[in-house]
Design a protein around this ligand. Sequence first.
Ligand code: M6R
Length: 611
Amino acid sequence: MCGIIGYTGKLAAAPVLIEGLKRLEYRGYDSAGLAVVADEHMYQVKSVGKVAQLEAVAGQQPELKKLAGCGIAHTRWATHGAPSTLNAHPHLDESGRFAVVHNGIIENYQELRKHLESKGVHFRSQTDSEVIPHLIAGAYEGDLLSAVAAALKQLDGTYGIAVVSSLEPGGVVTARKGSPIVIGLGEGENLVASDIAALLPYTRQVIYLNDGDIAAITADKVDLRNIQNVPVEREVAKIDWDAGQAEKGNYPHFMLKEIFEQPETIENAIRGRIDHEMGTAILNGMNLSPRELALINRIVIAGCGSSMHAGMLGEYYFEDIAGISTSVEQAAEFRYRNPIIEPNTLVIPISQSGETADTIAAVREATAKGAVVTALCNVVGSTIARESGRGVYLHAGPEISVASTKAFSSQVVVLLLFALLLGRNRRLSRSEGNELADQIEQIPELIRSVLLQAPEIKKIAERYADKEDFFYIGRGCLYPTALEGALKLKEISYIHAEGYHAAELKHGPISLLDERHPVLALANDIPGKDKIIGNIQECRARKAPVVAVITRGDSAVRSMTQDVIEVPPCSRFIAPLPTTVALQLFAYYVAVARGCEVDQPRNLAKSVTVE
Ligand code: M6R
C-alpha cells in the first residue's frame, strides 16, 4: 500500500525522489523518508505526515539538493507500528551502510527479530521491515545483490523492496514477491518504483518484475536475476500514459478532475470495440473464439470495493442481456471459501490497479481450479493483467484520487460491451445488438449533461454537509449504483452512509429513519420506479429528508422533495452511469464543504496490496 521510488543517474537524487514520492502519495501518506548515497556516504531524512513535510525537513539540509548519486524513498501506510519518524522508511542496519524501503508484510519478522536481537542487533523501530537491512548487513560479503538475495530467502510474506548501500555507490537493488515493482529505463539514468505514476516524467519504457525477481540497477545497466541468482529476461513494456495525465492541472482535486474526465475515458473504453456490421462488441484481449464463448455456462466475478460494485452491475448485464448465470464474490471470500469452479466457468477479476492482494489471490485460485480467467484492469502490465493472461484494459489513464471514479465507470462500460458480445453469441439478434451498441455509444454524451449540472448538485450537497448518517436506496441496476454512491460518500466525507436495496429498508433499517437520517433515493424512470416512489413516501412519513435522483422531465417524484438531481433519460442498463456520476459529484461537494482531504482520505490508500 506504500509507495517506493529509487533513482540512480546523473541528476541530484533527493529532488527526484521527493518529486516521485509526491506522485505516489496516494498509495500511503502517514510518514515518508529517503536515503541518498553520494561520495560513499549515506544521507537519510524522515518525517511523519505527508511528503510536503519530508520536503521541508530535507530543505534544512541544502547540500542534499545537490548530491548526485543514487537513492531510495518511501511514503508509508502504517501496518506494523504507528506512524512515526522511527517507523518511517528507509530503515538502516546498525552500521548505517545499508538502507531499505519495503512494501508488503514480513510474516516471520518476530522470530527473525528475536534471533537478530539474541546476536546483539539493536532495533530502532516497531516495523516488520527493519529486519531486512539487518539481515542484508549480516549476509554482505562484497556483493549487494547476493546479500539481498540471501536476506530475502529468510523472509516469509510479501515484499517489494529497494536497497542502497554506501559500500556500492551508484547502485540500487530491488526485488519483488507479492508487492509490485517496476523498473523505469532512462537515458543515462534508471529508476525503480512501486507504481508507474512515479516514472512518467522520466521514461515510458518499463520492466515489470515478476515474483521472485531481483535486479541490480546502475545508471546504465539493469542486471535481472531470480532469487537463485540465475539471470532472467523480462520484456520491456511501453506505457502510453503521459506525465500530464497524472497531474491535477487546474482542478483543485484529482477526484474532480477524474470525474470530469469521464466522457473522454469512456470514449477511450469504447473506441474500436463496437462492430455495427455484426451488432456486437470486439474485445480482442479476451482471446476467446465464438465457440469458446458459447461454451461458457457460468460467470463468477471477483473484486473489492468499487470494482466489486461494478461487478454487481456485470451480474445484471450478463444474466439479463446474455442469459448466463452470474455471481459476484468479494475477492477475499472467493479466495478463502473454496468456490465451485467448473471447466466452463468464466472468472472475471476486476481491478483498477491490478494489484489488489485479495483479487490477485482470487485469480490464482481460479487459475488453479481450471477456470477461464479474463481480467478487467486499468493499469497495463499490472500483476492481475499479467497473471490472467487475457482480458480487457479500461484505458482510463492514471487514477490518482483514492476514491475510484473514472475507473469504475469504465469498468461498467467494458462489462456492458462484454455482455453485448456474449449476448450476440447467444440470444440477441443483430438489430437488438445494434440497439444496445447505440446506447453504449451515447454514454459519454449522457455524462456530459450530468457534469453540466455540477453547480446545482453542489448546492444540494452543501445543504446536507452537516449530516452524519445517510441511506442510499435503489432497485435493479440502481441497487449496485446505490452501494457505490454510499461508498463514495463515506470514504471521502466520513459521513456514515449505507447503500441498501430499497425493498430491504422495511426489513430493519427503517427503524432508524427520522429527520437526522437523509435518504438518497435513485428514482430514475426505469422499471421499478413505482416501487421506489412508494419507498420515498415511507421515508418521508418518518420525516427523513429525501434527495432524489430522477429522470429529467419526470414530475412524479419532483413534488415529493425539493432536493432533486436530474439525469438524462436512458435505459435501465445505462442508467447506472449518469447516476453514478451525479453521486460522485454529490459526495465530492459534501466532502469539500466539510473540509475533508478529498484525494487522500484518512486511513485509506489507493491500492490495497496487503490482506
Ligand atoms: O484497484 P482495485 O480496483 O482492485 O481496488 C479495489 C478497491 O480497493 C477500490 O475500489 C476502493 O474501494 C476505492 N477506494 C473505492 O473508491
